[in-house]
Design a protein around this ligand. Structure first.
Ligand code: GDP
Length: 235
């Protein structure tokens, strides 16, 4: 397949490039990949959109959160993970992009789509509202097993991402950096961004050291991300 990047190739590349203490390579076994495939092959349906703390469902089954700057490719990634064309649009009520959207995954887990942050035109009150809702959600959410913090491979980690990373560290909420749109970068440039991400994870206590590189467009890294998430759901 020539020089075309594949997610798992990149993970190995990352491991090779990095000092072993920072990143270990997620080598998923066929069983782990199969567990991920099975989990995400189940029915996934929109349950509730939450705009205020009082609407939050009580903590229950395992939850996996997805957060990132607006336009990072979050809807596309959720669609790719669940094999849907328009999962995110199922919740397409007005204001849906400003709320936490809960999706029931086969009765085993909730996928929680957090509102995108870092709009160029966001005012102070928008940012305060976002922060208040997310802090309310993170407070005491022990069943939130992992939060995927999506990073656009072309942009890398920016200040709005660092702010949410600080919030997650403070809340001691386990999170993992997931690169999106990796098909847009040549392999060499991707290696650079991966190194930059490694440096970022090292300084954040609650951040998982492994970075998963994905493309919703080509499907690269999607089986790996499914496997990683199945492992935390069934842990
Ligand atoms: P969201 O605002 O974070 O939900 O982002 P979307 O999923 O709506 O994606 C934003 C834009 O990025 C759209 O134009 C998508 O087609 C594009 N996009 C999303 N994922 C990928 C990807 O993996 N590769 C490429 N090339 N484009 C992508």
């Amino acid at each position: 397949m020539g020089s075309r990047f594949r997610g798992s190739d990149n993970v190995r590349l990352m491991s090779w490039k990095s000092s072993a203490k920072v990143v270990t390579s997620p080598e998923f076994t066929p069983e782990a990949l199969e567990a991920g495939r099975k989990l995400f092959a189940q029915e996934c349906r929109f349950v509730i959109g939450v705009a205020q703390e009082v609407q939050l469902p009580p903590p229950g089954r395992p939850e996996i959160g997805f957060a990132g700057r607006s336009n990072v490719g979050k809807s596309s990634l959720l669609n790719a993970l669940t094999g849907r064309k328009s999962l995110a649009r199922v919740s397409g009520t007005p204001g849906a992009t400003r709320q936490l959207n809960f999706f029931d995954l086969g009765g085993r887990a909730y996928l929680v789509d957090l509102p995108g942050y870092g709009f160029a035109r966001a005012g102070k009150s928008d940012i305060a509202e976002w922060n208040a809702l997310i802090r309310a959600y993170l407070r005491g959410r022990a069943n939130l097993r992992r939060l995927c913090l999506l990073i656009d491979a072309r942009r890398g980690v920016g200040d709005p991402d660092r702010q949410i990373m600080a919030m997650l560290d403070e809340a001691a909420q386990s999170y993992q950096l997931v690169l999106t749109k990796t098909d847009k970068l040549p392999e060499k440039a991707l290696a650079g961004i991966v190194q930059a991400l490694e440096a970022e994870t090292a300084g954040h206590g609650a951040c998982h050291p492994e970075v998963i590189a994905t493309s919703a467009e080509t499907g690269a890294g999607i089986p790996d991300l499914r496997a990683a998430l199945a492992a935390v759901v069934f842990a």
